[in-house]
Design a protein around this ligand. Sequence first.
Ligand SMILES: C[S@@+](CC[C@H](N)C(=O)[O-])C[C@H]1O[C@@H](n2cnc3c(N)ncnc32)[C@H](O)[C@@H]1O
Length: 437
Amino acid sequence: MSVLREIHVLTLFPDLFDGFLRESILGKALADGRLAVRLLDFRGFAEGRHRSVDDVPYGGGSGMVLMPGPLVAALESLPSGTRKVLLTPQGRPFDQAAAVRLAAQERLALCCGRYEGFDERIREHVDEELSLGDFVLQGGEVAAMAVIEAVVRLLPGVLHNADSPTEESFAQGLLEYPQYTRPREFRGREVPEMLVSGHHEQIRRWRRKEALRRTRQKRPELLARLAPTAEDRKLLAELDAEAAATGAARPRIDVALVHHPVRSRTREVVATSVTNLDIHDIARASRTYGIDAYHLVTPITAQRELVQTVAAHWLEGESGARVPQRADALQLVRTVPTLGDAVEAIRRETGTAPLVVATAADAHGRPTVGWAVLRERLAVESRPVLLVFGTGWGLADEALDLCELLLEPILGPTDYNHLSVRVAVGVTLDRLLGRAR
Ligand SMILES: C[S@@+](CC[C@H](N)C(=O)[O-])C[C@H]1O[C@@H](n2cnc3c(N)ncnc32)[C@H](O)[C@@H]1O
């Protein structure tokens, strides 16, 4: 495998790199001669008396755009085989995996934009686009420095301790375990006993478990992407059991089935009728997956009374005595006039306003949260959670606006997307709460 030997930085502000390249591990790597960083001011490739590198955007608009000529000429002056990276907020987010990948290139070029960014045709002359994150910097130089620092510390011999890049955050798809150093006690807070025990294997296991715990708490989406080992699965089960023992296992989770405001086939806001099937089947799914209450939302008094009558039939009557499992499910049924009332009821009972999560067959351009991310979040969420389902042709905007998150639609391999709400509830509860055998 090759190792990075040369980084070219294409920038209009080479002086910004002065101190950065002199200091610390980078200064050392450069002094050792194991790595060369070459700053290339692409203004030198501009033509004309003024050596302009930017011009006004076609079509109008504010600011100036980098012209393709100088930057592309600078890129073409680089040695062949150089991996060319454009730094842009439109790129793939830079992460540890990208750092590892770039550290294995022999030559790397980092193109720093300025002003309003790059003429679109520049993109055709690079191998990839990277972003430092979802924010806009004044120029690509700080992003280039971040990439250089993350990459250079991975090069052999740059760090004193050869192990550290494989141990730390992200190296294994997890955040790093908690670290402690002297003193053993600081303001009443002791270093965990395990770390001073001297049992190396137990310490390794403890650290892995804490890395899992911490990632679940702080970055559940990373955990959702992890391919867990058999040991990870065991450790995650231990974390679940610990949480259960402290009563913090899982938040209270309720389900709401909204009959108003929902959309009709012609997208008008309407109220739908409650159905016996929805009362029974969603109550049974709720009971199976440990839902705390099932709220049927309808502003129509007669409809709420109907639901109460059906539930009472199974709870109080002869049928309840005959089929106790059904009574067990139907005792979860509540009726409320509005979704806001369901939210308020949960707040009153728990003292905390719930995290309200909507579901939809089509997000209609609204941002959504992924299944795995919500599943991990439920493991650490301290607020109660209300999962909201719509009847008819889905929740109307007034209902969606009350929800903090919108869950990704359930999609099959076909483009037919008309699940009954009962099936949608079943799939959702299983994806979020189901246990593998
Ligand atoms: C003001 S920004 C231009 C942003 C551009 N108008 C856009 O919306 O994509 C100027 C330059 O800073 C750099 N830059 C800004 N934000 C960045 C980020 N998050 N990651 C990497 N580079 C960034 C890029 O090189 C960009 O061309």
